[in-house]
Design a protein around this ligand. Structure first.
Ligand code: SAJ
Length: 418
């Protein structure tokens, strides 16, 4: 049987490659011609450890092929982006166009699985889009007898951690939310090809909510840590020591404060809950606001340091500020939705001081910081008056020992906390 994966990004491409590595014929579909061409050459357009090897082998052995046009297959996995609009309203346009692009090639016995992180109800909505294009097929709507159903539909969220995708795709437990029990069974058969983790069965709505719940849980817990860092700063308490002490309690496990919450999941998914149930999701909304405010707070600390230096007689334009780390989390090169980048951008436009950026995991600055230069750790701390630690990269571990006594250190991440 043939699997088609629609959306060859951070989730779709590794998933396609995993099926292909188990000798299943895979057709990957993406609207991005560059991505399609790159994959067909056996290369990858995204950064993820080990992925290049798996894709290279899959393409070379003829099990994986990419295209911009939908083709017939037996199973369709949709892994397209589900961003939100300015007002935090979910944008399902990619899911809709993915559904409408595969609808014409669907046939009796196929299964369509949505993997994209989605607001509750999206799988049912996807069914409506499919059914509108294919009135000739019977979909698993309420009241339809199992025997009448032509196309199965399920929601099966991915839960892999960027940087560990290849291992987690195989080992993580997987939630299977069919629109009917028969749909779930069929979806499970697909995933059993490479998943060694447990397969957990539920309905589509619960599966959608489970994915949102996992990331909201983490967001709320990080917000708690970030709020503690603001409180501790006001009360002249070292938040890192505080958390370490509190975590010795057998039932307390506080996460780490940082310069904000980045990435394309944790800072997005909770809004899908808030959007559906604004009156009930009070804590989830507040957590988002607390975490989104953290970059502003760090900027305030930097400005206060500059103000202290100018008060002591320094010209603002003569002050050098080094921002250490741009990625959205430690030891990766992913700058997407990074709070550190947000801080750098805002600071660059507002300051007269000189700015130095340090990001050991990339070679050229991102487009919106293109006029900035990247420096090495050593070069930056040799000249900086203010050093701001934004990301806990391993290259920064011993930075404190290297600073001269009159350098001002702003540590947003607790560099010496193990
Ligand atoms: N962060 C903190 N303090 C902490 C932990 C994290 O400030 O104690 C920050 C990070 O620096 C980063 C952000 O939170 O900016 C998110 O990082 P992360 O490592 O918590 O998560 P992601 O976004 O890389 O991946 C998450 C994972 N979800 C959970 O752990 C519940 C992953 O399993 C999901 O598959 C992924 O979201 C996703 O795709 O939804």
């Amino acid at each position: 049987s043939t699997v088609s994966v629609i959306g060859l990004g951070y989730i779709g491409l590794p998933t396609a490659a995993m099926f292909a590595s188990r000798k299943v014929k895979v057709i990957g579909i993406d609207i991005n011609q560059h991505a399609v061409d790159t994959i067909n050459q056996g290369k990858i357009h995204i950064v993820e450890p080990e992925l290049d090897m798996v894709v290279h082998a899959a393409v070379a052995e003829g099990f994986l092929r990419a295209s911009t046009k939908a083709e017939p297959a037996d199973a369709f996995l949709i892994a397209v982006p589900t961003p939100f609009k300015d007002d935090h309203e979910p944008d399902l346009s990619y899911v809709r166009s993915a559904a409408e692009s595969i609808a014409p090639v669907l046939k009796k016995g196929d299964i369509v699985i949505l993997e994209s992180t989605s607001p509750v109800g999206t799988t049912e909505q996807m069914l409506q889009w499919l059914a509108a294009t294919r009135p000739d097929l019977c979909f698993p709507t309420e009241g339809a007898a199992t025997t009448d159903i032509d196309v199965n539909i399920a929601y099966c969220p991915e839960r892999v951690l960027p940087g560990h995708v290849i291992r987690e795709l195989v080992e993580n437990d997987r939630i299977i939310g069919g629109l009917s029990e028969a749909c779930s069974k069929k979806a499970a058969d697909i995933y059993r090809v490479f998943v060694t983790g447990e397969l957990l069965f539920t309905n589509a709505r619960t599966a959608e909510m489970a994915k949102l719940t996992e990331n909201s849980f983490r967001d709320v817990n990080i917000a708690f840590a970030n709020e503690l860092s603001l409180i501790s700063d006001k009360l002249d308490i070292n938040v890192w020591e505080l958390i370490k002490l509190a975590n010795h309690h057998p039932r307390v496990n506080i996460l780490q404060p940082g310069c904000g919450v980045g990435g394309h999941c944790i800072a997005v998914d909770p809004w899908f809950i808030v959007d559906k149930t604004p009156d009930e999701a009070r804590m989830i909304r507040t957590a988002r606001e607390v975490n989104d405010h953290k970059p502003e707070w760090v900027l305030g600390k930097i400005n206060a340091a500059i103000a202290a230096l100018t008060a002591a007689g320094r010209e603002e334009a003569s002050i050098t500020v080094a921002l250490m780390g741009l990625a959205f989390k430690p030891n990766i090169d992913d700058l997407r939705e990074s709070p550190a980048v947000q801080i750098a951008k805002q600071f660059a436009t507002a300051t007269q001081s000189k700015l130095i950026l340090v990001e050991p995991n990339i070679e050229i600055p991102p487009a919106h910081l293109a006029d900035q230069k990247l420096a090495s750790v050593e070069d930056a701390i040799a000249v900086a008056d203010v050093v701001v630690l934004l990301v806990k990269h391993r290259e920064f571990a011993t930075i404190k020992e290297k600073l001269s006594s009159n350098t001002i250190l702003i540590d947003a991440i607790g560099i010496d906390v193990a």
